[in-house]
Write a protein that binds this ligand. Structure first.
Ligand SMILES: [Zn+2]
Length: 450
């Protein structure tokens, strides 16, 4: 088996790999500590002396389709509920071709930010978009990025006291049947899986209690993970009190969701006791700093959640609440926001851990997120030869605090997917043209443009 030595990195986010690491097939075969060389001969050497080497970043929450509705006029300057109401009618017009190019654009953007594994929560199912997960799986496989595709769902529309219009929801039986179908078709198990599927009812205000319970039961039977938005806003707290007579986390427990299968997007409005419960049950939380700041939702207590024992990862969230899909920028923002809210106990290495190992834990993965022998060879390499890093002392801290935005080289399962800042096999100019055309078409179909 050919052996590749990623040699002498400028810095590396791992102990005992000061002189790099050896990749064999799709895994990390060896870490090379300071002053040492690989223990067995290598066939190729990659000179990493210009690069900071990280485990590939793991994105635990996104909505790829939203790349088509970035900074959409009617959605601007709003908080979550009004923001959603402004966007649902536009998302109703999505079709498979649009979702395909939106997914490709989001994945390209993520790859260039050093992301090697990403989750996506697709929850809008207008007529004609029933094959959403199939479309996304095809694009992800083409780009070679690892994905956790969340078969999202909504079955509580306005007429049942929910927030979304009828045009984007489905009924319970249709949803559960399709969940089974896409898991059977796309979900891979075991170490090295490239495509996995989770089940993901959208939120308390768009999903029936029955769908929440049935989803948890189905996930138990299929042995897969479950995901939803929770604890995002005070509006959600009020909605749960009014509709269910309890707070969101109590509602989650009543629906059978306080389990290690679960990871939640946002997790902002939790009390001390609720954080302790999340930790005790091993429920993961994805912190999405840009989205939370943009929608004025609040600040996730990331360090306290992690200290409770819960997995804590990062997510860029959808590209119309961020409005970007750059996980490296998210990592920097998480560090700054958590410093502001929690003080000096938050270190830049915490943010690095959240963006890698923490994310992997949220997704239930034990084969990615760390540079460790036997783990998948998922790497992100960043150079610091630019104006914003010039004069740095500590290279790893520079990556986070001065802020890297673009990886130079990205490897997934032992294969280079980004080389010298370009995605292998993707014509970026052509992608931009196709994506812009789709976004315009969506606006036209929604009556926003002639
Ligand atoms: Zn979201």
């Amino acid at each position: 088996m050919p052996r590749l030595w990623i040699r002498d990195p400028l810095a590396v986010f791992a102990d005992g790999a000061e002189n790099g690491l050896v990749v064999e097939d799709h895994r990390i075969a060896e870490l090379v500590s300071a002053g040492r060389e690989p223990t067995r001969p290598v066939h190729t050497v990659f000179d990493a002396s210009r690069y900071v080497v990280l485990p590939g970043l793991v994105n635990t929450h996104h909505h790829f389709y939203q790349t088509l509705t970035r900074v959409l006029g009617p959605s601007l300057d709003k908080e979550l509920f009004d923001w959603l109401k402004a966007l649902y009618p536009v998302w109703t017009q999505l079709n498979p071709e649009m979702l395909s190019v939106a997914t490709e654009l989001a994945l390209a953007e993520l790859l260039l930010s050093g992301c090697t594994t990403t989750s996506d929560h697709h929850y809008v199912y207008p007529t004609g978009l029933e094959q959403a997960i199939d479309v996304q799986a095809e694009v992800a496989s083409r780009l070679g990025i690892r994905v956790m595709l969340n078969r999202g769902s909504m079955d509580r529309s306005v007429k049942n006291g929910g927030l979304p219009p009828d045009s984007v929801v489905q009924n319970l039986d249709t949803i559960l049947a399709d969940c089974e179908r896409v898991v059977a078709m796309h979900h891979q198990t075991g170490a090295g899986a490239m495509v996995q599927v989770a089940l993901a009812p959208c939120s308390p205000f768009s999903v029936s209690s029955e769908l929440m319970r049935e989803t948890a039961a189905l996930a138990d039977r299929l042995n897969i993970r479950i995901h939803t938005h929770l604890g995002e806003t005070e509006d959600e707290n009020r909605y749960c009190e009014e509709q269910f007579g309890m707070r969101p986390l109590d509602y989650l427990e009543e629906c059978g969701w306080l389990t290690e299968r679960t990871w939640l997007a946002h997790g902002i409005h939790f009390t001390d006791r609720e954080i302790a419960r999340i930790g005790a049950h091993g429920v993961g939380v994805c912190h999405c700093p840009h989205s939370n700041m943009y929608l004025a939702s609040g600040v996730c207590r990331a360090s306290e959640i992690e200290a409770s024992g819960a997995p804590l990862g990062l997510g860029v969230d959808g590209s119309s609440s961020n409005d970007a899909s750059n996980l490296c920028e998210e990592l920097r923002q998480a560090f700054f926001l958590q410093r502001l809210s929690s003080g000096k106990s938050v270190r830049y290495t915490d943010a690095l851990r959240w963006a890698t190992e923490g994310g992997a834990r949220c997704l239930g993965r034990h084969d990615i997120g760390r540079l460790q022998v036997g783990f998948e060879a998922d790497l992100a390499l960043f150079s610091l030869d630019n104006l914003r890093h010039s004069g740095y002392h500590d290279p790893l801290a520079a990556l986070v605090i001065c802020g890297a935005t673009r990886a130079d080289h990205v490897m997934i399962a032992g294969t280079w997917r980004v080389s010298d800042g370009h995605i292998v096999g993707v014509d970026q100019a052509d992608l931009l043209t196709r994506h812009n055309q789709s976004a315009r078409k969506l606006r036209q179909l929604s009556g926003m443009e002639g």
